[in-house]
Design a protein around this ligand. Structure first.
Ligand code: SF4
Length: 454
């Protein structure tokens, strides 16, 4: 591909990536950037002048997909403004059956469409588009794991690492298993090697990614479970903070609960999506746990680590949800006292079981319930944040705060965002901060020790 690299570097081509959706997509954008950087492209801070625009898409909610189409339509003029420029659409939208072909027909100015499994083919797609002037589609169901795809991460002390791809769960509202295919775990040695390299390059905090990290290991011949992987990372790499997402409540093992408080690097935070507080709705969602099972897990986690932070995802207005079901969700939120909850109105996705269920709710009822839930979540978040006032916490500094260099911000082990005054840039350092007030979503404090670096 020397011809392609020569073409890109001689012309000084630039790229701009717009990412939609979850952390998985954010990490996949880092891989797309890695491939483009390795070919000689330069990242452009502005979309308006870029020679290649990539929309890395999400299809989990109808709203996100509609927003994509709106934004994509606006790019028609870009091709005139920047002659010779390319438009690429990647990720979950083109990975859906027949979607890439439909997208190319609807938007004739799109040059490349590739799915979640196509990043490693980007080089040859660019050759076809740039050198052979062809429009290209790569959205097949080849779900093999390709290692050693270059990754361009932002300069940060934190990094994402994939451990498992796909999902076998088929929650009835979710399109992901149809798009990202069945579960495939990476080899533990490949994961350890990647984390080790990141640590050697100054990363100290790792977030392991997967649609359901708890299923890690199923299908691997080496018989390493998720909790065993955590133990290996704790002992075999230099990582200081370890996080993971997302966990499925039905798959949390005793051994995993036991890792909390025992593994030094494992942060005192778990994101455990509950989706509903009603066992009846959970059954319709095919979540395969009950309200009681979920609350039991929370109880055991809190017993193990009393100040563990718990965050969740909740869907409001699933087909057939009654006022009584919804009140069960409210009472569960009150009982668990979440540190944060990401709340969503149910979104109908064609091809899922829930889309064909009876009892789809009126939008007005759903938004009224969502507003009630959000008000409660806001209150529990405030109550949880208030518990930090007067406490001194370890913060990994991630960036300048809203007021530039005078203010720094970072996260506690419990994933709370903290800002504090600072005369110097401390990005990547661990500092101790005494919390003095709480804001709407974050904490504020005074730095009392800057020496606690590792
Ligand atoms: S566990 Fe359920 S919600 Fe999560 S990706 Fe799989 S099917 Fe979707």
């Amino acid at each position: 591909m020397e011809e392609l690299k020569k073409y890109i570097t001689e012309k000084g081509l630039t790229y701009y990536i717009e990412t939609y959706g979850c952390q998985m997509n954010a990490h996949e954008s880092e891989k797309i950037a890695g491939v483009l950087d390795s070919l000689g492209y330069c990242a452009s801070p502005e979309k308006g002048t870029a020679d290649l625009i990539v929309f890395n898409t999400c299809c989990i909610r109808q709203h996100a997909e509609a927003r994509l189409y709106g934004n994509l339509g606006a790019l028609k003029e870009h091709k005139q403004n920047v002659p010779g420029s390319l438009i690429a659409v990647s990720g979950c939208v083109p990975q859906q059956p027949d979607a890439a072909q439909k997208l190319m027909r609807r938007f004739p100015f799109v040059d490349i469409a590739f799915g979640t499994n196509g990043i490693h083919k980007l080089e040859s797609m660019l050759y076809d588009a740039l050198i052979c002037k062809k429009r290209v589609i790569a959205a097949d169901n080849d779900d093999s794991i390709v290692e050693n795809v270059p990754v361009s991460r932002s300069q940060s002390p934190s990094a994402f690492v994939n451990i498992i791809y796909g999902c076998n769960n088929f929650c009835t509202y979710c399109i992901v298993p149809y798009v990202r295919g069945r579960e495939r775990s990476r080899q533990p040695d490949d994961i350890i090697r990647e984390i080790d390299e990141l640590c050697q390059n100054g990363v100290t905090e790792i977030t392991l990614l997967g649609q359901n990290v708890n299923s890690f290991g199923s299908g691997l011949s080496c018989n390493v479970s998720f909790s065993e992987l955590l133990k290996r990372i704790d002992t075999q790499t230099g990582v200081k903070r370890l996080r993971f997402m997302t966990s499925h409540p039905k798959d949390i093992s005793d051994d995993l609960i036991d890792c909390y408080g025992r593994l030094k690097c494992l942060c005192e935070h778990i994101h455990l999506p509950v989706q509903s507080g009603s066992s009846r709705i959970l059954q319709l969602m095919n979540r395969r746990y009950t309200r009681e099972h979920y609350l039991n897990l929370i109880g055991r986690l809190k017993e193990r680590v009393p100040d563990i932070a718990i965050t969740t995802d909740i869907i409001v207005g699933f087909p057939g949800e009654t006022e009584e079901d919804f009140e069960q969700t409210l009472s569960l939120v009150e009982q668990v006292k979440y540190d944060a909850a990401y709340t969503f109105a149910y979104s109908k996705r064609t091809g899922t079981k829930a889309a064909d269920m009876d009892g789809h709710l009126d939008k007005k009822i759903v938004s009224e319930r969502l507003a009630r839930l959000n008000a409660l979540v806001k209150q529990t978040m405030r109550d949880k944040n208030a518990e930090y006032i007067g406490k001194t916490v370890e913060v990994l500094v991630e960036s300048a705060g809203k007021r530039g260099r005078e203010e720094m911000s970072g996260r506690t082990r419990t994933a709370k965002m903290v800002s504090f005054e600072s005369g110097s840039a401390l990005i990547g350092q661990y500092v101790m901060v005494k919390i003095d007030k709480i804001m709407a979503h974050t904490l504020h404090g005074v730095c009392v020790d800057r020496e606690n670096k590792s």
